[in-house]
Design a binder for this molecule. Structure first.
Ligand code: C2E
Ligand code: MG
Ligand code: MG
Length: 722
């Protein structure tokens, strides 16, 4: 109260008293004051209205006026005036004193006893007390506000466990009104009396409780709540009850359940997804380690031709079909089994308690049989089959991934065996799979370890017996397995995409080698390189080839790409763009293995091939099978009509050669003439042929005597429309 000026109103009908009071106040040094004086009750009322005073000093009596200072005190309170009131009287009157204090007066002073010291203390204390009261009131209001507006439920009870507080949030959730629940036992809010007993006992022991607990609404409905509760104490630390804050977590739990469900289920079919399947598999493997009777098998199922159906009917129909298939699979299985969708058209099935071939086969057969019934999707009858791989004795495995790897391997085997069937995994397959894995790893390092090598197989002109081209064929000198042929590693390289690097290496080496031959004077030689369809997925391919050709200095038309018929036909759209680019760069294209696919020769009209190579399976039969003869002949004729040159590959007999020549086939390739050989051998061969040419001038025979002792011509016909 230092340095403040306290405004005081004195209501007293006695002027002397005013002077005395003023005198006494002037003697106070601690704080300054400003004293206003009113004489009558009415004047006092008016002054109270202004609410401008910090303290009121009211005389108890106003002369003959029947209203007293206590009436003024009532007025102050009624007007919600917070300033303290001190009642003054002529004589001490215990009754008035008590009444004044009870009514709310801050003090009661007897005029005769008032000293400056007493007055100062009384006013100061009155003001301090009022301030403290105000602080308490606002804290109380604040608490009340929080309790009322809290979104959390707040419930309190006394030590008899009778409810004493029940906020609006609690009213809303529980369905009780505050007035009807106050005084009732707290136990009625709990879903289980055993649980409520436990929780309350714990709280009463002075411990707090926080955790999930089920509660019961007025209508009997149970809901999950999160409760934080503790003992309630008064300001003297005396225990007076318990209080709890609750939150309805039904919605939250719902959400968590939903999230958990989504994380473990396939959204389309609602079947367990891969995660859940793997988790169950893992649990079964763990269980089997401790329990000898735990047996299970896994079926891995992949739909046949699903992509074609999906592409032709549209994705929505594809989705509907998958939903129907999921339903059918569930119907084929017992409740204890798990069928899960791994995504796409792959499903995995866990047969609990089954580890023998008889029962697993039975399930697989039933699935295959049931799938034979057509599915009706958007008015279309769709017939679909599946290939199933079975892994028995899952309990012997160490990890779910291993089981699935084997199930996948054997499913692929079922697919390659002709689809719509099942196959059971066995130990040999496991070894093959492991072998494959090892080979894959080795293949990744084959280039950097210089284990790859190119062999070259000559392609010879049938008109003049000249070697016009050589086909580069990859070989892998494996440190442990010896020399591996392309069929033993190219498919693997394609599957693992190592083919990109290998392909690049082959082109680079074939071009460098051919440039060397050109520099040696064999400038008519073209090198052909087989190219995998996977390599065409890179739009960069033409640019890459362009750079290699430029760097090696080889003429672009001394390089040709061989692409198999099947890969061209399956990927026409994508490949065509790249073909056009290659054509612009003057790089020739040859269609390899022609005649075993389904493309008609007419389809070649729209493709920029300059040569086609008839597959060796057709050549093999031409001198024995009239159909093959007719096919080969017509291929040659039609190709010529399109100005496309023809190579026959796999020529092994003189008979085949004669026939091909009579059909005017342009070039031949095969063991009858030359097998694939190392680059040095080709160099020697070319040199030898050159020498022969200069030795036997003008001795062109019509008789073709290939391989060794071959009679050459001066200059060969350039390969492929050069
Ligand atoms: P392809 O392009 O059809 O190559 C011809 C295959 O037939 C070669 O087998 C060759 O050795 C073999 N062959 C040649 N003459 C005869 C014969 O008179 N009779 C028989 N039965 N076979 C003969 P290779 O070298 O084992 O190659 C197999 C396949 O591997 C090739 O078939 C080609 O598609 C692929 N390939 C080879 N090298 C590469 C390469 O660098 N990249 C890619 N992507 N594929 C390659
Ligand atoms: Mg080839
Ligand atoms: Mg071929």
């Amino acid at each position: 109260m230092d340095n403040v000026r306290i405004k005081i109103l004195l209501a007293d009908d006695d002027e002397d008293d005013y002077f005395i009071t003023r005198e006494l106040l002037s003697e106070i040094l601690i704080w300054k004051s400003e004293l206003d004086w009113v004489k009558t009750y009415d004047e006092a009322l008016n002054a109270i209205h202004t609410k401008q005073y910090d303290v009121y000093l009211f005389d108890y009596r106003f002369g003959s006026d029947k209203n007293t200072g206590l009436d003024l005190l009532h007025e102050v309170i009624a007007r919600d005036c917070k300033s303290p009131v001190i009642i003054l009287t002529g004589q001490g009157d215990y009754r008035v004193d008590t009444e004044a204090i009870r009514t709310g007066a801050s003090d009661y002073l007897i005029k005769e006893q008032i000293t400056s010291y007493l007055l100062e203390k009384s006013i100061r204390h009155a003001i301090e007390r009022k301030r403290a009261e105000e602080a308490t009131t606002s804290a109380k209001n604040y608490t009340e506000y929080l309790v009322t507006c809290s979104l959390d439920m707040i419930v309190a009870a006394n030590l008899n466990l009778e409810i004493t507080e029940f906020n609006p949030a609690a009213e809303k959730v529980f369905g009780y009104t505050k007035s009807e629940i106050l005084g009732k036992s707290i136990h009625i809010l709990f879903a289980s009396s055993i649980e409520s007993q436990k929780v309350i006992e714990k709280i009463l022991k002075g411990k707090t409780f926080s955790g999930e607990i089920n509660k019961k609404k007025k209508d009997g409905q149970i809901f999950s709540s999160f409760l934080s509760a503790s003992i309630l104490q008064d300001i003297h630390k005396k225990e007076i009850g318990i209080v709890g804050i609750l939150r309805d977590i039904t919605e939250r739990n719902h959400l968590i359940d939903q999230l958990r469900y989504n994380a473990f289920h396939d959204p389309l079919t609602s079947l367990p997804n891969r995660n859940l399947f793997m988790e169950r598999l893992e649990r079964l493997i763990e269980h089997a380690k401790r329990n000898k009777n735990s047996l299970f098998s896994v079926l891995f199922l992949d739909l046949d031709r699903f992509k074609t159906i999906n592409d032709s009917l549209g994705h929505l129909s594809g989705d509907k079909l998958l939903i129907l298939i999921a339903k059918k699979l569930k119907e084929c299985l017992r409740k204890a089994d798990t069928v899960s969708r791994f995504g796409g058209d792959e499903f995995a099935i866990l047969l609990d308690g089954v580890d023998d071939a008889f029962n697993a086969k039975f399930v697989a057969e039933r699935i295959l049989e049931d799938l034979k019934n057509p599915f009706l999707v958007n008015g279309h009858r769709i017939v679909i089959s599946a290939s199933i791989g079975i892994v028995l004795k899952g309990e012997l495995y160490h990890s779910p991934e291993d089981i699935l790897r084997d199930a996948d391997t054997v499913m692929y085997q079922a697919k390659t065996l002709g689809k719509a069937r099942y196959a059971i995994f066995n130990r040999e397959m496991h070894d093959t799979a492991m072998n494959f894995l090892q080979l894959e790893n080795d293949l990744r390092h084959a280039i950097e370890r210089s284990e790859l090598e190119l062999y070259y197989q000559p392609i010879v002109s049938l008109t003049n017996t000249e070697i016009v081209a050589v086909e580069a064929l990859a070989r892998w000198q494996h440190p442990q397995r010896g020399l591996l042929l392309p069929d033993q590693f190219i498919p693997l390289a394609e599957e693992t995409r190592v083919i990109d690097n290998i392909g690049y290496w082959v082109i680079q080496n074939a071009c460098t080698q051919n440039k060397l031959w050109h520099d040696m004077g064999f400038s008519n030689i073209t090198v052909t390189v087989n190219i995998s369809v996977i390599q065409f997925e890179h739009k960069e391919l033409p640019k890459q080839i362009g750079t290699i050709i430029k760097n090696t200095g080889l003429p672009a038309d001394a390089f040709e790409l061989e692409i198999t018929e099947s890969s061209v036909m399956e990927n026409k759209g994508v490949i065509l763009e790249i073909f056009k680019e290659l054509n612009k760069m003057k790089i020739h294209l040859m269609m390899d293995d022609f005649g075993i696919g389904f493309s008609s020769i007419n389809s070649l009209k729209h493709l920029p091939f300059s040569t086609l190579k008839i597959d060796r399976s057709l050549i093999l039969d031409i001198d024995t099978n009239s159909d093959a003869t007719a096919i080969v002949k017509s291929i040659i004729d039609m190709a010529h009509s399109l100005k496309i040159k023809v190579v026959a590959e796999g020529v092994e007999t003189q008979g085949q050669l004669e026939l091909l020549r009579s059909y005017r086939c342009d070039y031949i390739q095969g063991y009858l003439l030359y097998s694939p050989m190392k680059a040095e051998e080709i160099t020697n061969l070319l040199r030898q042929k050159n020498k022969q040419r200069s030795d036997i001038k003008n001795s062109i025979t019509s008789e073709f005597t290939p391989l060794r002792g071959e009679k050459g011509h001066t200059r060969g016909h350039d390969f492929c429309n050069k």
